[in-house]
Design a protein around this ligand. Structure first.
Ligand code: AMP
Ligand code: MG
Length: 342
């Protein structure tokens, strides 16, 4: 299949936006930019188109998709039982990197929800994404636009690397501002539960949901045989081909461990503060406490690790406050839950 490349730097590129919307209305697949990562979009009402998302990505069928809308009044058409606390969070965090899981209406095919009776909904902030959703007149099911299992795409280049020739079109736009996927909260349970950390932090959520429950799968490997609340969290994910180990500990402990074991690793992913004493080829994700920067760079660096052909990589676990929790959540999955406590 020849994939059409549509360059759209802002919502004023009307012709290209109309073309993307037309393809979506006809049941095609279009990769679109969002502020989190690039998404692979199709009409959420079109069962066949949704099936093609799973095929193009190689995604397991039980891993549900997020439905993207451009106006809050679209929500009632696809979800029900919207609690006052859910509404409060949407008012505070939409448009933005926040996804609400709610009981679904029948118009949403079960292929979108991975067979669950709930649907995940997001209203993105990216103006190009919103222009395309609006023009299509459809809610768009859109998981990350990568091949399943590999790091999510934070640039159009990443989407081309993974999906060129497998989908109808790629909207080429800017690098994603946040760089990690949205925060997913289920309001289908009481109290609400954080299923995946992202651009909206636990601290922000707790200001509105004091009794928020953090799903254990956020920071640890889901127990075998126990159903996970967010199916996506059970897969080894965001993973480069290299074997990745995550090391948890202080700057001193990390540098000492790396230097002692320097023959066991060919590369380290670390922070500015680690660099001074590290005798191992490495790259820094930025300052220890600059989690926004770490999120922005993370998937680019995980992809670069493969391009460079590294085989065994050690990563220093980030601090878990703010957006750091999302970075930690992605890195522990990139490591396939292989962790050393220092
Ligand atoms: P992606 O769009 O690739 O970032 O993946 C979507 C994420 O949202 C996955 O981790 C899913 O498990 C989660 N998700 C989507 N729909 C639901 C749902 N109905 N219930 C729980 N988690 C969901
Ligand atoms: Mg994904």
């Amino acid at each position: 299949m020849k994939t059409l490349h549509l360059k759209v730097m802002n919502e004023k590129s009307v012709t290209e936006i109309e073309k993307a919307a037309e393809i979506l209305k006809n049941g095609g697949l279009v990769a679109i930019p969002t502020e989190t990562v690039y998404g692979l979009a199709a009409s959420a009402f079109n069962e066949k188109a949704v099936e093609n998302i799973f095929k193009a990505k190689g995604r397991p069928n039980d891993n549900p998709l997020i439905v993207h809308i451009a106006e809050i009044n679209e929500l009632e058409k696809i979800a029900k039982n919207i609690t006052p606390i859910a509404k409060k969070c949407m008012d505070a965090f939409w448009p933005g990197p926040f996804t609400a899981v709610l009981p679904k209406r029948d118009v949403i095919p079960s292929s979108v929800s991975g067979g669950l009776d709930t649907v995940a909904v997001r209203l993105p902030a990216n103006s190009v994404a919103r222009a395309i959703i609006k023009k299509s007149g459809l809610p768009l099911a859109a998981p990350s636009a990568n091949r399943s299992g590999s790091p999510s795409p934070s640039t159009a280049e990443h989407v081309i690397d993974d999906l060129d020739g497998r989908i109808d079109a790629i909207v080429i736009s800017e690098k994603c501002a946040v760089g990690v996927e949205s925060t997913v909260v289920s309001f289908a349970v009481n109290p609400p539960r954080l299923l995946r950390p992202g651009g909206i932090t636990v601290e922000q959520l707790k200001s509105l949901i004091p009794d928020l429950v953090i799903d254990p799968a956020v920071t640890a490997e889901p127990e075998k045989g126990v159903a996970v609340a967010s199916p996506g969290m059970k897969y080894k994910h965001y993973a480069p081909k290299a074997e990745v180990i995550m090391a948890v500990g202080s700057i001193n402990a990390f540098c000492e461990y790396c230097n002692i074991h320097k023959d066991d690793f060919d590369f380290a992913l670390c922070y500015d503060e680690d660099e001074v004493n590290l005798n191992l080829p490495h790259i820094s994700l930025g300052a220890n406490d600059n989690h926004e920067k770490q999120a922005e760079l993370l998937f680019q660096f995980l992809r670069d690790i493969d391009k460079k052909g590294y085989k065994r990589v050690i990563v220093h676990a980030p601090l878990k406050d703010g957006v750091g929790l999302a970075v930690y959540n992605r890195l522990i999955r990139a490591a396939g839950f292989k962790v050393v406590d220092l």
